[in-house]
Design a protein around this ligand. Structure first.
Ligand SMILES: *[C@@H]1O[C@H](CO)[C@@H](O)[C@H](O)[C@H]1NC(C)=O
Ligand SMILES: *[C@@H]1O[C@H](CO)[C@@H](O)[C@H](O)[C@H]1NC(C)=O
Ligand SMILES: *[C@@H]1O[C@H](CO)[C@@H](O)[C@H](O)[C@H]1NC(C)=O
Length: 188
């Protein structure tokens, strides 16, 4: 008699149980930590992208020449500043890629990292993944961070300030949840 769906699912559960047991034995937990005080902040910074000239920040690495730039890939290393003005205080860089992912409209899948090298969040990063359409405005997910922003999550709201063939300035409203006073303690 063939095994019933029920007994095969029981077998599956037992298998998962023993695999988890084996994994727990192979990787014993040696310490635990508390996340500390949750902080929720909003701040606005400005993304400065340059397309033309020796200080260009963006290169197209794949150009498929298809409708809606489908299949194209760009890599960028742009500048993050306190304000929309080119001379305003430097905060760090925004490094990432743009994958043109739609056959019906101009849309990019954009993974990026905000790298703070000056200011209040120096030596910290925020990782963002999201979708950007031709409007230039977007809402994207903050999926993590390092430094001050370890264990962070939140959202990034973007709005184009100025746009030309040579330059693009975008306001980045960062809404982020992160934790202060982390405590690590040994168990073993
Ligand atoms: C971008 O900069 C590089 C190196 O500085 C230069 O070779 C290239 O021509 C520039 N691209 C554009 C589109 O200006
Ligand atoms: C891609 O190639 C086409 C055809 O050569 C050209 O017209 C277009 O400007 C290129 N796009 C980019 C982003 O380099
Ligand atoms: C940031 O990192 C640099 C290089 O590792 C270090 O010299 C500096 O002290 C760090 N600053 C802060 C505030 O942690």
């Amino acid at each position: 008699m063939a095994s019933s769906p029920h007994s095969s699912s029981l077998f599956h559960h037992l298998l998962v149980f023993f695999l988890l047991l084996a994994a727990a034995t192979a990787f014993p937990v040696t310490s635990e930590f508390e996340l500390g005080i949750q902080k929720r902040i909003h701040f606005r910074v400005y993304f400065h992208e340059t397309f033309i000239g020796p200080d260009n920040t963006t290169v197209t690495v794949v150009n498929m020449s298809l409708p809606y730039t489908f299949g194209n890939i760009e890599i960028y290393d742009t500048v993050l500043r306190v304000g929309p003005d080119e001379s305003s205080t430097f905060l760090g860089r925004v490094q990432g890629a743009g994958f043109h992912v739609s056959m019906q409209e101009e849309v990019m899948l954009v993974p990026l990292v905000l790298v703070f090298t000056a200011g209040k969040f120096v030596n910290s990063t925020l990782t963002v993944i999201g979708r950007l359409d031709a409007s230039g405005n977007s809402e994207r997910a903050i999926v993590g961070g390092t430094g001050v922003f370890q264990y962070a999550w939140g959202k990034l709201v973007t709005e184009t300030v100025t746009s030309s063939v040579a330059k693009l300035v975008v306001a980045y409203d960062v809404y982020v949840v992160y934790y202060n006073d982390l405590h690590h303690s040994a168990i073993a």
